[in-house]
Design a protein around this ligand. Structure first.
Ligand SMILES: *Cc1c(COP(=O)(O)O)cnc(C)c1O
Length: 382
């Protein structure tokens, strides 16, 4: 690798003041220590405690949604989000192939089938135009429900995902879902603090899912949330994720097969502290973007992914897209060897063994992007 790349590595290490720079690290201070200590000292560390309610309320308020239900992780949030909107066994669920495995797994937990769609080169999210052309050809409405003409399965929902924090084209996707009678469920796992035309991501769908895993923009250690404006669905999500127990002073009555998906109080305490600092995190992410913009400008044939027009991204993960003159694996090899942790985008899910036989449209943009994308260190500089 040439002098340019060596300088790139040196500048990143200098910025972070470290010899090894991780892809994404959480940022904590005394506030997290105080809240978590409070849990330990009072004994309220587990399934009951006031931080869970507080986290749910603070999160709902921040996002601008009526209700948030905190759960153990983002995958569980997706699972329940899909279940409460009525995804059933043998339904198909439209989703990008270019996403984290959780999106497809959550569909599979319901014995439903992921149906992979292509992404837009600018937003890295579902391409509404390409999807509509595809649906016109292969799907039809029967009694107000959409069916795949080839498989004869119902197509129940669309799950767009806001890749690395950059919002998808929501206006178009909302219209498309109305026209084709699809339930819109957003995978907003990566986009807390991201807005599409001034409206927070995760508020366009009937229900949406978020993640607070250790590598996300804020963390609860492990955690997730189901967001919705629908009170009935929120109550049902809470019920299902807390073992479907019917309230009673002592009897153990459960009225259906529920899940033990609740977020422990100690995790919610961490989340409350993190959420208070989210606006500051986002500001600092923007400074990082400015830094990388300067660095990347020195390279020919490489661009830094910026927020799509009309959106405000949380810039959770910094992303470079390289043209054909670069070999992705050589770049990854060099950066990781030099102590600048870097990663490719996910293996498109339709290429994984267990999802190889799922229905899919032409995925040429997905396949092109997979060869060109590298994520570089993205946590904020304190
Ligand atoms: C992180 C993430 C999830 C959920 O992950 P968990 O680790 O279960 O919290 C889901 N979808 C996407 C796109 C993600 O990035």
């Amino acid at each position: 690798m040439n002098k340019q790349w060596i300088e790139f590595v040196e500048n990143i290490k200098k910025l972070y003041g470290k010899d090894f720079v991780a892809l994404h690290e959480p940022t904590f201070n005394e506030k997290e220590v105080d809240y978590v200590t409070d849990c330990v000292k009072t004994g309220w560390v587990s399934s009951v405690g006031s931080y869970v309610t507080r986290f749910e309320e603070d999160l709902a308020k921040f996002v601008g949604v009526k209700r948030a239900v905190a759960v153990v992780n983002g995958t569980a949030a997706l699972h329940i989000a899909l279940k409460i909107v009525g995804v059933e066994a043998n339904d198909e669920v439209l989703m990008p192939s270019l996403t984290f495995i959780a999106t497809a797994n959550a569909v599979s937990y319901l014995q439903a089938v992921p149906h992979f769609v292509d992404v837009n080169e600018e937003t890295l999210g579902v391409d509404p135009l390409k999807l509509e052309a595809y649906l016109m050809e292969m799907a039809e409405l029967r009694n107000g429900e959409l069916y795949n003409k080839q498989t004869n399965r119902r197509i129940k929902a669309l799950v767009p995902m806001h890749t690395f924090g950059h919002p998808c084209m929501m206006d178009e996707l909302v219209v498309l879902c109305e026209k084709y009678k699809l339930v819109l469920v957003e995978d907003a796992a990566e986009s807390l603090g991201s807005y599409y035309k001034g409206q927070h991501t995760g508020t366009f769908g009937k229900v949406s899912a978020m993640s607070f895993n250790g590598n996300k923009i804020i963390t609860t250690g492990g955690g997730g949330a189901i967001l919705t404006d629908n009170e009935t669905l929120a109550d049902y999500a809470k019920h299902l994720t807390t073992t479907a127990k019917v309230p009673h002073r002592w009897e153990f009555i459960h009225d259906e097969i529920g899940y033990n998906y609740r977020m422990p109080n100690i995790n919610a305490a961490l989340g409350c502290a993190q959420l208070e600092k989210l606006p500051e995190f986002i500001k600092k992410k923007q400074r990082l973007v400015a830094f990388y913009e300067k660095q990347i400008a020195k390279f020919e044939g490489i661009r830094l992914v910026k927020e799509p027009i009309g959106t405000k991204s949380n810039y959770w993960l910094q992303t470079i897209i390289m043209n054909e003159q670069y070999n992705r694996d050589e770049v990854l090899n060099f950066l990781n060897e030099q102590g600048v942790m870097s990663r490719p985008i996910w293996t498109p899910i339709h290429e994984l063994e267990m999802y190889r036989k799922c229905p899919r449209m032409n995925l040429n943009i997905t396949m092109i992007l997979k060869k060109k994308i590298v994520n570089i260190p993205s946590h904020i500089v304190i």
